[in-house]
Design a protein around this ligand. Structure first.
Ligand SMILES: NC(=O)C1=CN([C@@H]2O[C@H](COP(=O)(O)OP(=O)(O)OC[C@H]3O[C@@H](n4cnc5c(N)ncnc54)[C@H](OP(=O)(O)O)[C@@H]3O)[C@@H](O)[C@H]2O)C=CC1
Ligand SMILES: Cc1cn([C@H]2C[C@H](O)[C@@H](COP(=O)(O)OP(=O)(O)O[C@H]3O[C@@H](C)C(=O)[C@@H](O)[C@H]3O)O2)c(=O)[nH]c1=O
Ligand SMILES: [Mg+2]
Length: 295
């Protein structure tokens, strides 16, 4: 049997880049960027799916600037909700499995229990609300689909908490970092691999459609992630623990971002990676690209 042909939206992002890197590893990946398919124009996305007629579609594109979304609501809503909705409806009509990525930010952040896929979402910011609207539309499009919620995405590519810490840490003696948001970093490479596994499974097992969770393990805080980054990168920068209220931002962040990933393992055999191993590997990659200035 020839490998599954998978069409990816979001080529330049953290997960999109990791998906491109999987081309030839059990799937034939074609990744589209903004120039080929701008999500602000959902019909352009449908046209792209029509042109490529893939075996499955993975949407890794999103409006991910959490604070900017507060004042750029309409754009965030089209990209995070209307575009995936249109893709999912078209895929449903064509019988093509559709996989899209969502976020821990669809939850309220209350309590300490890890969120399961059936827990009731209650987003506290615009990014989370638009992502939730996308989830609802995709789930009700009538086709085979998966919504993979993840958290705290990290990679050696693009902007994320690790690259921010490496940049800031090089020029500071100390940094105040929130220590009351609990969750786990998730490597973009692990999310990409999971999306491909899920997409391929849905081709033959449509009954596995649904919402799933995937994050790294064990649970931690941003402050501890920062400490791990500085230690592994040999950057001398003291991390001071602060509560979220001392780091004011336009968008509210959930305190409890723990994701229960049990059903993802049960349905697809996908296990959670140790984020400390992922972060160490990412710093090694940044070192190879000379992007770490140890001081
Ligand atoms: N980053 C995180 O911490 C988390 C992310 N997620 C979710 O994971 C998924 C992947 O995120 P991640 O890889 O980190 O995202 P990035 O921010 O790294 O990349 C976003 C991608 O979306 C693309 N994009 C944005 N707007 C448009 C548009 N109008 N038309 C076409 N493409 C567009 C960007 O393209 P361009 O380069 O042209 O701007 C880029 O390729 C998203 O669904 C996100 O919501 C979930 C939890 C945490
Ligand atoms: C730079 C910096 C950030 N922080 C805090 C702010 C924030 O609460 C936390 C993480 O910073 P970030 O900018 O990565 O946060 P943020 O962009 O909100 O990250 C989120 O992105 C979206 C797309 C998601 O879906 C989420 O899972 C999550 O990863 O660290 C500090 O406390 N000190 C600092 O110096
Ligand atoms: Mg950010």
């Amino acid at each position: 049997m020839s490998p599954a042909r998978i069409l990816v939206f979001g080529r330049t992002g953290q997960v999109g880049s990791a998906l491109s890197a999987l081309d030839g590893c059990g799937a034939q990946i074609t990744a589209l960027g903004r120039a080929e398919a701008d999500l602000i124009n959902p019909s352009a996305c449908i046209a792209a799916i029509k042109t490529h007629h893939p075996d499955a579609v993975i949407n890794a594109a999103a409006y991910t600037s959490v604070d900017a979304a507060e004042t750029d609501r309409d754009t965030a809503r089209v990209i995070n909700a209307a575009a995936p909705a249109a893709m999912a409806r078209f895929c449903a009509a064509q019988g093509i499995p559709f996989v899209t990525i969502s976020t821990d930010y669809v939850f309220s952040g209350k309590g300490t229990k890890p969120w399961t896929p059936t827990d009731l979402p209650d987003p506290q910011n615009t990014y989370g609300r638009t992502k939730r609207e996308g989830e609802v539309a995709v789930a009700s499009a009538g086709g085979r689909y998966a919504i993979l919620r993840t958290s705290w995405v990290v990679s050696a590519h693009g902007r994320n908490f690790i690259t921010t810490m490496v940049t800031l840490g090089a020029s500071r003696d100390a940094l105040a970092v929130v220590s009351d948001q609990i969750g786990a970093p998730t490597a973009a490479a692990n999310i990409a691999q999971a999306c491909v596994t899920i997409a391929k499974t849905l081709v033959s097992e449509p009954e596995k459609s649904g919402i799933y969770h995937l994050s790294g393990t064990p649970h931690t805080t941003w402050a501890d992630v920062a400490r791990m980054v500085f230690s592994h990168a040999s950057i001398t920068c003291d991390v001071q623990d602060i509560p979220t209220r001392d780091y004011p931002t336009a968008a509210a962040r959930p305190l409890n971002s723990r994701l229960d990933c049990t059903t993802t393992r049960a349905a697809f055999g996908i296990s959670q990676a140790d984020w400390r191993v992922s972060v160490a590997g990412i710093i090694d990659q940044l070192n190879d690209k000379n992007e770490v200035i140890s001081a």
